[in-house]
Design a protein around this ligand. Structure first.
Ligand code: FE2
Length: 279
């Protein structure tokens, strides 16, 4: 998920649905408070593999296996191919340095190992440098269905496969660049764009709707819900997405946007951000 700058309250028009929802929850999980990086995070081959207890590998296996029962025929081709390229397997939590090397071979992205949710300026800076910030923390067994904290199942299994797709990879770097420039109401607009594409995007392939958003592919319940008749679908339209401030932060999504191609994503984003003077 996109981190938020929680240092100071913002005018209502500049606040996102995510910020408003968070303010309504009294018990703030400390894992959801963004941290500021005080040094460059280890990247690529400099990332150490943690000494995970067996129970963490078992949690990973459970998460991957139950998700893979659902994804074939529902996730888009690029996601499925990306997962294979990255060699994401149920047997062992992946090593971030290996994932980084494989991503680099495909699209020039690498992985930066961050401690958890990071300050949005650090997050966008890394994206603008084609570095994907990932934690290596695995959620607890009691959080299989949902965790408010960033965890490596969401980051590795949810996000990284799509970064092997060239148009998506280019779009995500542009997103980081635009977000660093954005001010005022353009910030929540970009957050909405991120929400309805990177996290909850759908794409049409051979006439069928398919999933590519990380928030869907990594959620057991959302995979079937997102493709069900309970969801109202809209054609991809940046102007529509950026004004959509009523989305569900903690519940299943009831409206989603559908791309025709990943080229449409990068072209549409470039056109919108150029018009706004952000790129
Ligand atoms: Fe995410």
């Amino acid at each position: 998920m996109t981190p938020n700058d929680s240092d100071s309250p913002r005018p209502e028009a500049e606040r996102s649905a995510f910020e408003k929802a968070r303010d309504e929850h009294e018990d703030v999980d400390p894992r959801t408070i963004p941290q500021e990086l005080d040094a460059d995070p280890p990247t690529g081959d400099d990332i150490d593999y943690p000494d995970y207890p067996a129970s963490d590998h078992e949690t990973w296996r459970l998460l991957v296996e139950r998700q893979m029962e659902q994804l074939p025929g529902r996730a888009c081709n690029a996601y499925m191919a990306g997962q294979e390229t990255l060699q994401i397997e149920p047997g062992r939590i992946p090593d971030l340095s290996n994932l980084s090397r494989r991503l680099d071979e495909q699209t020039g992205w690498t992985v930066a190992n961050v401690p958890g949710l990071i300050h949005e300026k650090d997050f966008f800076t890394l994206l603008s440098e084609r570095k994907f910030p990932s934690t290596n923390y695995v959620r607890g067994r009691d959080e299989l269905d949902y965790t408010p904290a960033p965890d490596c199942f969401h980051d590795m299994f949810g996000h990284m496969p799509m970064l092997t797709q060239p148009d998506f990879a280019d779009f995500y770097q542009l997103f980081g660049q635009a977000a660093l420039t954005a001010e005022g109401a353009d910030r929540p607009r970009l957050e909405r764009f991120h929400w309805f594409t990177v996290e909850f995007g759908l794409i049409r392939e051979q006439g069928e709707k398919r999933i590519f958003g990380a928030g869907i592919v990594s959620s057991n319940e959302e995979v079937t819900h997102a493709l069900s008749d309970d969801v109202t679908l809209h054609a991809f339209d940046p102007d529509h997405i950026v004004e959509k401030d009523d989305y569900e932060v903690y519940n299943l999504q009831d409206e989603l946007f559908v791309l025709d191609s990943f080229e449409q994503l990068v072209d549409g984003f470039r056109a919108w951000t150029t018009r706004r003077g952000l790129l």
